[in-house]
Design a protein. Structure first.
Length: 179
């Protein structure tokens, strides 16, 4: 039975419930034609309301909700998203590592706060090297592999590599502790 709009269900809720019910009825079902739903104006407006309600954090561009509302304009932003050619051509790929960048900025601030001014350069140099190797390379590797073998397989390969490196490091540290 198709879901239809009612006074209590708006078009976006109908859009959400239809694939939900189809997936419940057939757990093996795949949904290949959802791109065209993402850039619908009503869907974008609902997404903005949710972000606003959840007091969303700034994105990779560091723009806050207030900055968009006051300086750029919500209508302008949603219009641009609705006209996004990458979405319409189904070629859009989210920016990998955006959350990592925000965490990195916070960690740099913390490192600056705890270090004495004379030690900041050395601490930040070490921090950059350790962070890049420990976090950046796995993210880049997962993104690279995800584009070639799929997200789940790519992330799985990277996780196996991380576990292997951890086992080797643990073995080295346990050997040096015994000596």
């Amino acid at each position: 039975m198709p879901v239809t709009a009612s006074p209590t269900l708006d078009k976006v809720q109908v859009l959400q419930r239809t694939p939900y019910r189809a997936a419940k009825a057939d757990p093996g079902r795949r949904f290949h034609a959802l791109y065209d739903k993402v850039y619908r104006r009503d869907v974008l407006e609902r997404a903005w309301v949710q972000v606003r309600r959840n007091v969303g954090a700034p994105g990779i561009d560091n723009q806050t909700i207030a900055m968009v509302e006051e300086d750029y304009g919500v209508a302008r932003l949603l219009d641009e998203l609705a006209m996004d050619t990458d979405l319409k051509a189904e070629t859009y790929r989210p920016l990998a590592g955006a959350g990592l960048g925000l965490a990195f900025m916070g960690a740099v601030r913390q490192a600056n706060d705890i270090a004495a001014p004379s030690e900041r350069a050395a601490l930040l140099a070490a921090f950059y090297v350790v962070t890049y190797v420990g976090e950046g390379l796995p993210v880049i590797g997962a993104g690279f592999l995800a584009a070639r073998v799929g997200l789940v397989t790519g992330v799985s390969v990277v996780l196996v590599a991380i576990v292997a490196v951890c086992i080797v490091a643990l073995s080295i540290f346990s050997l040096t502790d015994r000596q």
